[in-house]
Design a protein around this ligand. Structure first.
Ligand SMILES: Cc1cc2nc3c(=O)[nH]c(=O)nc-3n(C[C@H](O)[C@H](O)[C@H](O)COP(=O)(O)OP(=O)(O)OC[C@H]3O[C@@H](n4cnc5c(N)ncnc54)[C@H](O)[C@@H]3O)c2cc1C
Length: 396
């Protein structure tokens, strides 16, 4: 049985359905009757990460502790990969595997995840999966804003009491804010980091300007080797160096919500599975609390792990990237490739790469909010992000 959202909320007026206006990340909350809580719950109207960290993990992050400051509240961190990867998963399929184990062992009755529509592999279709097959059909990123929370009112209607939600930071902040209204006995949250998301139209522009064959792309990821990796239908991989991206054409492609986001690492999930703090080819696991550990324990016999490491110094690269992005500098491809090779050899690795990525995005986003929504700057940017940004000299 797959539960997909009904269209009831569509009757509401568009202006009242999206109170965050252009900053809306289409998390789906406003497609449900939980829209009544949107002014408190929306990540872009009411930033409240420290309070929700306290509610979820029992404490908010310690700003004096470097790993906490960057990666959020956690009790363990490691690199991991499945010994038998799931073919067609985004990385090795740790997310799908944990979800399947939780369902088949009866820990949860349903899993909120996102499949794609029949005619478009990148068009998101959120569901509440109740079989392993439905979870598997949701594998791989839909690299577009996805209204995952649009299925939330079905949870209450179906009578489910134990639920797993898979989602990105903005979806999870809204979920945590309404968690107590859902009538659940147990909620587990499996998060992924997320940055630079796009609308479906924005995705097309990105593919058209960046890939040699936009229509055959089945998957892409900005990887730790400073290349975007596109996988094509025929199994081939295309590498495009970060420094060769057509920044002048792509500056407006990212959603305004993502340009205003400071929750890259999904602070409010119980367990986070990404890649950016791990060596190339491995996934990065952040266990935030005991529920997260309980989830990870289910797949210990299916993964190999190694400790996280950190190498290099990101600061200079981040500082140089700030004016380069601002001026939309695009290098000729030969120079971009050369720069990619050099930075791969001497650049930041492991957790330092993750910090590089966080610093680059937070400085860019801080400038975006300051220039476009100055009235929101103080409340919207969390203290941890202000501290991270303060390490750099920013243009006006
Ligand atoms: C839009 C996006 C951007 C990301 N950016 C980064 C990043 O910058 N750094 C980093 O370390 N990691 C990032 N990740 C996470 C990373 O790409 C992998 O998703 C993660 O490592 C899990 O891989 P897997 O093979 O275990 O997942 P799979 O087993 O393939 O499962 C993927 C899961 O993701 C869910 N999903 C797919 N698309 C979306 C969506 N749009 N919104 C919410 N949930 C979705 C599906 O429901 C599915 O359950 C991003 C993920 C997304 C969705």
């Amino acid at each position: 049985m797959t539960l997909v959202p009904h269209k009831k909320a569509k009757a509401l007026k568009p202006s009242s359905r999206r109170p965050a206006k252009e900053l809306c990340s289409e998390c789906g909350l406003c497609d449900t009757y939980y829209i009544h809580y949107v002014k408190e719950a929306c990540a872009f109207i009411n930033q409240q990460i420290p309070n929700l960290e306290e509610q979820t993990h029992g404490r908010s992050r310690d700003l004096e502790q470097s790993d906490d400051l960057y990666f959020g509240v956690h009790q363990d961190m490691m690199a991991a990969r499945k010994t038998e990867p799931i073919p067609g998963a985004q990385w090795t399929g740790i997310v799908s595997t944990i979800a399947i184990e939780m369902l088949t062992r009866g820990m949860v009755e349903g899993v909120v995840c996102v499949q794609n529509t029949e005619d478009d592999r990148f068009q998101p279709k959120p569901i509440i999966a109740t079989t392993p097959e439905e979870i598997l059909a949701a594998k791989v990123n839909k690299p577009t804003l996805s209204p995952n929370l649009s299925v939330l009112e079905l949870v209450e209607q179906s009578g489910m009491k134990r639920l797993l939600v898979i989602g990105v930071g903005c979806q999870i902040q809204a979920l945590r804010a309404v968690e107590k209204k859902l009538g659940l006995e147990k909620l587990y949250v499996l998060g992924t980091p997320c940055t630079d998301n796009v609308t479906r139209a924005g995705l097309q522009k990105f593919l058209d300007t960046t890939s040699r064959s936009p229509e055959t792309v089945v998957y892409y990821e900005f990887m730790q080797d400073f290349n975007v990796h596109f996988k094509h239908e025929d199994g081939s991989t295309e590498l495009v160096p970060f420094f060769g991206l057509k920044t002048n054409q792509l500056k407006d492609v990212f959603a305004p919500s993502c340009l205003s986001c400071f929750d890259y690492v999904n602070s409010l999930a119980d367990l986070v599975v990404g890649y950016m703090g791990a060596p190339f080819g491995w996934q990065w696991i952040v266990v935030r609390n005991d529920r997260g550990q309980e989830m990870l324990d289910l797949v210990q016999d299916k993964i190999e792990t190694q400790p996280v490491t950190s190498k290099g110094d990101r600061h200079q690269a981040v500082q140089q990237s700030i004016p380069a992005y601002d001026k939309a500098v695009t290098l000729p491809m030969w120079a971009a490739k050369l720069m990619g090779v050099v930075i791969e050899k001497i650049g930041p690795k492991g957790l330092e790469y993750a910090r590089f990525s966080i610093d680059s995005h937070f400085t860019r986003n801080y400038l975006y909010v300051k220039r476009n929504h100055p009235e929101k700057l103080e409340q919207h940017v969390p203290d941890y992000a202000k501290r991270i940004v303060s390490q750099y000299k920013l243009p006006e």
